[in-house]
Design a protein around this ligand. Structure first.
Ligand code: B12
Length: 211
């Protein structure tokens, strides 16, 4: 559990674009025993959600939002590198944003979580066309495919991508997440009962540990 004081200190540095100070705060928290998941959620996710709101309210401009996102992108990788246990599982996962989905930070956290737990992980990042994704699934034959969706206009694309995966790889285990999922929750439960809808990194960690 990260103290509010540390979050505020981090956010203040982030909004000023002070990467070095953000790095120092993260390292101090990690070295004090905070988990990567808590840092991801309670510093990074919380900050980015706030930045989204500030951007929506025109309190910051797009350049400031980009600067903050880039710092967090760097810190996510830094922490994952530090947290790797070195053990390897005989398991693999592909994690990707769907076509036209440019929000990739959440998917990156998810990919890193698989990696930290020793899974062979293929992180495809933003905006992956479904034809390429299908080809990749065929080549890698992963235990899990993780799909990320945030932007509300991409919900139909998510369902189309799920249809295509299901048609080509009926046994493929799929987990979906991201803020856009809430908008199609009923549809997913009704028509895609085999797809796991994952609402938190803790839930994902439980799935990883049960495999
Ligand atoms: C940074 C940002 C961008 C950056 C993204 C850069 C990058 N490298 O990723 C850029 C500039 C590209 C961008 C573009 C746009 N953005 Co934007 N963006 C954001 C912002 C500020 C942060 C996103 C983020 O990283 N969040 C932090 C991560 C950690 O959270 P997360 O993605 O939700 O992920 C967590 C969970 O959802 C879950 N999860 C996510 N994926 C998955 C997958 C699996 C398998 C699992 C298990 C879990 C999981 O795990 C993560 C950890 O808990 C958000 C604000 C917000 N509320 O998120 C707006 C936001 C998402 N953007 C928004 C908008 C409107 C846009 C644009 C349309 C703007 C425009 N007019 O062009 C475009 C859309 C582009 C597109 N087609 O995707 C809106 C979306 C509103 C909506 N109703 O859909 C938001 C909410 C801002 C706002 N308040 O209005 N954006």
């Amino acid at each position: 559990m990260i103290k509010q004081l540390h979050y505020l200190e981090f956010f203040d540095s982030l909004i000023k674009g002070n990467k070095e100070e953000c790095r120092r705060i993260c390292l101090a928290l990690y070295n004090n025993g905070e988990s990567v998941t808590d840092i991801y959620l309670e510093l990074f996710q919380k900050s980015l959600y706030k930045i989204g709101k500030m951007w929506e309210d025109s309190k910051i401009n797009i350049a400031e939002e980009h600067a903050a996102t880039t710092i967090i992108d760097y810190l996510i990788t830094m922490l994952a590198e530090m947290a790797r246990s070195g053990k390897t599982e005989d398991k693999s996962a592909i994690v990707s944003c769907i076509d036209k989905e440019f929000h990739q930070i959440g998917a990156k956290m998810v990919a890193n979580l698989f990696e930290i737990h020793g899974w062979q992980t293929y992180y495809l990042g933003a905006n992956t066309p479904s034809r390429g994704l299908l080809k990749f699934i065929e080549e890698k034959n992963p235990d899990y495919v993780g799909l990320s969706i945030n932007f509300h206009l991409n919900t139909l694309r998510l369902l189309e991508t799920l249809d295509q995966i299901r048609k080509n790889f009926p046994e493929q285990k799929i987990v979906v997440g991201g803020q856009g999922v809430q908008l199609v929750l009923d549809e997913l439960k009704k028509n895609y009962p085999a797809v796991i809808v994952c609402e938190s990194l803790q839930q994902l960690e439980a799935i990883i540990n049960s495999n």
